[in-house]
Each structure stands twice: as structure tokens, then as C-alpha cells.
Design a protein around this ligand. Structure first.
Ligand code: SF4
Length: 168
């Protein structure tokens, strides 16, 4: 490794420092925890992840997943269609909480639905500065690591990735 190159561990540490800054900056925001932003079929918005964010999620997934998941009963066809239409994030738990909350990507920290109260929203310029830093870290992580990929396609490619929970 060249002396100016950072290891993945160092880059992940910088990523989590960046996440902490974003969280701190938005700490006054309140969210009704509806989990709507984790239902991409409803919002029509899905977070795009850089390579470094994927690495953070892969580690969290391995550390945080329960050994066994309860198998839900089979769904009827209309119910199955309803679940598919929801476009649930595979990391959304059966209790409608994020199972990788500490490692959730940048997009999940900054997506706010209209029900969230954000007294001090991030000005566009500040948001862009955070995004620039995220991209710089990710470009140092992998060639073209700064190019975002949709969350669900990323998760599908992770070994042992969770499937979206079905709702009864
Ligand atoms: S990673 Fe977590 S916060 Fe982000 S969409 Fe998925 S369940 Fe929601």
C-alpha cells in the first residue's frame, strides 16, 4: 500500500466519523418512525450506496443478523403482490425497525418524509459538502467506488443477504 493510501479500516473509521457529523447536524429532527422511507415501492426513492457504505453494511450484516429468522407463513397471491409493491428494504426488521441502524447509509440519514420535523434542515451547500466527502472516501476505497448502486441490488449481491421481511 502506498503511504498516502488508507486501509479499508481507516476509511470506514472516517466514514463513521462523517455519519456522526451528519447525525449530529440533524439531531434536532424528529421522526414518527413510520418506516415509510424504508418502503421504496411507496416512496419511489431508494438509497444509492458507494463501495465504502456497502463495506460498512456488509460488516454490520454479519455482526447484527440473528442466527435464524422466523419463517413467516406462506402468503396468498394478493398479499404477496402487496408485499412486492411495498418494495421493503431487506434490512427492515419484522418490528419495522432498521436491523443495521448504526451502519445505515448516508441516504437513510438524510431522507425525511413530510411527517418528520426538521427544525434546522441541511442547506443544499452543506449537504453537497457531505456528499463530496463521502464520494472522496469511497473513491479512495475502490476504483469507481464513488459511483452509487441501488440498495436492493447491493444487498442481493452480498453473501447471506437478508430477504425483505414479509408482512402478515
Ligand atoms: S437500511 Fe435501514 S434505514 Fe435504510 S432503508 Fe433499510 S431499513 Fe430503512
Amino acid at each position: 500500500m502506498a503511504s498516502n493510501e488508507r486501509s479499508e479500516k481507516e476509511l470506514l473509521s472516517e466514514l463513521f466519523a462523517l455519519y456522526a457529523e451528519v447525525d449530529d447536524r440533524l439531531s434536532e429532527a424528529t421522526c414518527p418512525a413510520s418506516s415509510e422511507c424504508c418502503r421504496f415501492g411507496r416512496t419511489r426513492r431508494e438509497p444509492y450506496l458507494t463501495s465504502l457504505e456497502i463495506a460498512a453494511l456488509a460488516k454490520a450484516k454479519n455482526a447484527g443478523q440473528p442466527a435464524k429468522r422466523e419463517r413467516p407463513p406462506p402468503l396468498s397471491l394478493p398479499m404477496f403482490q402487496a408485499v412486492a409493491d411495498e418494495g421493503l428494504c431487506p434490512f427492515l426488521g419484522a418490528d419495522a425497525r432498521c436491523t443495521v441502524y448504526a451502519a445505515r447509509p448516508f441516504g437513510c440519514r438524510t431522507f425525511f418524509c413530510e411527517r418528520a420535523a426538521v427544525p434546522f434542515p441541511l442547506p443544499h451547500k452543506e449537504m453537497l459538502a457531505f456528499v463530496r466527502r463521502l464520494k472522496e472516501l469511497s473513491a479512495s476505497h475502490q476504483p469507481r467506488g464513488d459511483e452509487g448502486r441501488p440498495l436492493r441490488s447491493v444487498v442481493a449481491s452480498l453473501k447471506g443477504a437478508p430477504r425483505a421481511q414479509r408482512r402478515r
